[in-house]
Write a protein that binds this ligand. Structure first.
Ligand SMILES: Nc1ncnc2c1ncn2[C@@H]1O[C@H](COP(=O)(O)OP(=O)(O)OP(=O)(O)O)[C@@H](O)[C@H]1O
Ligand SMILES: [Mg+2]
Length: 339
């Protein structure tokens, strides 16, 4: 029998990241599926995303993972099979899988990640589970096994996961439903309200991302959309401060939750966190003035990840490659005992 490879998977609400050991490569694509006439697979991943908000009514494009958990098992199984096949060129039998799971979800929701791979027709040999925040810490090059008191904030597409780690384990963790998608919605809403202009999700996201690159001299950004009143496509100049300001409400929610976690943190660990600062990661880590706001409101230094969207999957890669990290991965039998 041909030997399989080992894969590490971070099933994000927006992007799926898969590491393949034998080729030492990472796939990072939209975690999206396009289904034609209710049954036929039409496109997956980045290809499905390219059609998003442009497809005719008989093609339904969706994200099977919502708020960090698997919401649509059938489509997610189809997707995972497609992605693994794409990475394996057909020979994926007898492979091992390491899957990152959020901590602050129900036991059933956690188990669904394991079942997904087990039941997906991939013929896995071994399936291991790793808490996302631990993988994140390892991916951020923090010595999670030995260091005490580490605060990690991962802001993704649907969620923000705030976790305190110590000595290879999770002390506290909270998952809130705020991420890049909510920021895009805020951009859409403010432009609709102030300019009577309807823009799509992709335009809103682009505007949010270019915001960071616009320097202080640039005071406006050009967007295209549909005028509510005339119904016609138009171009408008949007002042960048307006976009910055509309993100603030979501940033405040994230910061309030960081403060709540800090209030519950045992004082010895809090002292470590104060010394090292907090670690900000996830694709939305560099959104707007978030870093400065967190720094200002918590008084903590903020370390921003250099490859934020992939810190979890890079952590999984290290766990798979380096012997010393095996103890952070556990099987489903151990899962129940870990609570
Ligand atoms: N330069 C940037 N500035 C701001 N936001 C960005 C930037 N680059 C990517 N993003 C945002 O990052 C988000 C995706 O991040 P990530 O891949 O970490 O999410 P995810 O893991 O799929 O979601 P989740 O962890 O919530 O399940 C998107 O909302 C995207 O708009
Ligand atoms: Mg994520």
């Amino acid at each position: 029998m041909m030997a399989g490879s080992t894969y590490g998977i971070d099933l994000g609400s927006g992007n799926i990241k898969i590491y393949k050991k034998s080729e030492d490569k990472i796939l990072n694509e939209k975690n999206m599926i396009a289904i034609e006439n209710k049954t036929k697979l039409f496109a997956f991943g980045d290809n499905a995303f390219n059609m998003y908000e442009k497809a005719p009514a008989n093609i339904v494009i969706s994200y099977p993972v919502c708020n960090g958990v698997i919401a649509d098992i059938n489509n997610m199984q189809t997707l995972i099979k497609c992605f693994i096949q794409k990475m394996s060129n057909g020979s994926n039998k007898n492979s091992d899988f390491y899957i990152a799971v959020p901590t602050d979800v129900t036991e059933v929701e956690k188990r669904a990640f394991y079942d997904l791979v087990k039941d997906s027709n991939i013929k896995a040999r071994k399936i291991m589970v790793v808490e996302k925040a631990i993988a994140d810490g390892i991916g951020l090059d923090i010595d999670v096994m030995n260091s005490q008191g580490t605060l990690i904030v991962n802001i993704g597409f649907d969620t923000t996961e705030i976790s305190i780690l110590s000595l290879g384990g999770i002390v506290l963790s909270k998952l809130i439903k705020v991420g890049g998608q909510k920021l895009d919605d805020a951009v859409k809403n403010v432009i609709r309200r102030e300019y009577n202009l309807i823009i799509g999700s992709k335009t809103a996201e682009k505007l949010k991302i270019t915001l960071n690159e616009l320097n202080d001299d640039t005071t406006e950004a050009i967007v295209y959309g549909r005028d509510i009143v005339t119904g016609l496509p138009v171009e408008r100049a949007i002042p960048t401060p307006l976009v910055h300001d509309c993100l603030k409400e979501n940033f405040d929610l994230i910061i309030d939750n960081i403060k709540v976690i800090l209030e519950k943190t045992p004082p010895e660990l809090a002292a470590d966190i104060y010394r090292k600062g907090l670690y900000l990661t996830g694709g939305s880590a560099s959104a707007g003035h978030l870093k400065d706001m967190i720094q200002h409101d918590t008084g903590l230094k903020v370390n921003v990840s250099s490859s934020p969207s992939e810190s979890v999957v890079r952590g999984l890669a290290k766990i798979i490659e380096e012997e010393g990290y095996q103890s952070v991965a556990y099987s489903i039998q151990e899962m129940t005992s870990k609570g």
